[in-house]
Design a protein around this ligand. Structure first.
Ligand code: SF4
Length: 307
């Protein structure tokens, strides 16, 4: 029995939990490779034209895994509480996959989380264990260990973030969903460019989630999408410690287009670059914009230091 885990969309939210859970239960799994042109092309040839880039990429990862595993693990995330709202695409993924791959006999292992209907992470892990023939108590133990691993990983990232903020290098706050910023095909070239230019990246998603959600209230009390609120909270918290902010989103994203427009209208005291990435063939256009943005920031900083 092999479980396929697509390296797309909410993979970057749950990877530590899933991997540790399966390891503890001694269940074999395969993770699709880093996104590359082939995976992007697979996904975009299957997806409807107006689908957002991360969703196309996700479909490409699923397509890659189909003949290599028995089940595909797919999250369906409704939210973690009454005020938590997620993009509707996170909720519809399983239905979309059943429909898209209906001729390929796809078998999905759902990871359902929606606290308003009492579908918790724990309950979902126990259901997964049951489907795979594991006892409840074994799944419970595996979940507890996996949760601890998630907490440790988060703590490490938060500590790294605090250390990065302490050094005196030039810093950019990178603001975007993990499946954009951490994806090799979407965010990878941007990360490499920033590193090449000697700029320290402060990852907005490394901030403590409850804290960032809370901080977002200084800018908006009505933003419905949890992940966007968390990103806004990180801007509120770190904008005075960085030299500029990069908003990284994907083409055709409704929540980001609304949230980013609001951020640019409300945050006036820090340079902001709004980058919208499509399934581009190259990053030449982005490279030019990114370089001029960083050049201007560094020039201004040097002038202030010299005055
Ligand atoms: S938040 Fe935007 S990029 Fe993410 S799945 Fe929804 S529409 Fe796509």
């Amino acid at each position: 029995m092999v479980i396929g885990i697509p390296r797309g969309l909410l993979f970057y939210e749950f990877d530590a939990m899933w991997i540790n859970f399966f390891k503890e239960l001694d269940i074999e799994y395969i993770i699709s490779p880093n996104t590359n042109k082939d995976i992007y092309k697979r996904g975009s040839s299957i997806a409807l034209h107006e689908t957002c880039l991360p969703y196309k990429i996700f479909l490409g990862h699923v397509d890659y895994l189909l003949d290599k595993c028995d089940y595909i693990l797919v999250p369906r995330i409704g939210g973690y509480g009454f005020y938590d709202r997620m993009c509707t695409r996170y909720q519809s993924t399983i239905d979309v996959l059943y429909n898209t791959f209906r001729d390929k006999n796809i078998k999905i292992l759902p990871f359902n989380v929606d606290y308003t209907s009492r579908e918790t992470e724990l309950a979902s892990c126990i259901d997964i264990g049951k489907t795979l023939g594991k006892k409840r108590r074994d799944s419970l133990r595996a979940y507890i260990i996996a949760r601890q691993a998630v907490n440790t990983e988060r703590q490490i990232r938060e500590n790294n973030l605090k250390n990065a903020l302490r050094n005196d290098s030039s810093k950019i706050l990178l603001v975007g969903h993990k499946y954009n910023t951490m994806d090799e095909y979407v965010g990878g070239p941007i990360e490499s460019l920033l590193e090449k230019m000697g700029v320290e990246i402060i990852w907005a998603t490394d901030m403590d989630r409850d804290e960032s959600d809370n901080k977002s209230k200084a800018v908006t009390k009505t933003m419905p999408w949890t992940f966007n609120r968390e990103l806004i909270g990180a801007i509120v918290e770190y904008k005075d410690n960085v030299d500029g902010i990069i908003l990284l989103s994907s083409f055709d994203c409704g929540p980001d287009s609304m949230a980013n427009e609001m951020i640019m209208r409300k945050i006036k005291d820090k340079p902001i670059l709004n980058l919208v990435v499509d399934g581009q063939e190259g990053i030449a256009g982005i490279e030019t914009r990114l370089e001029s943005f960083i050049d201007i920031i560094l020039f201004k900083k040097r002038r202030i230091l010299n005055d």
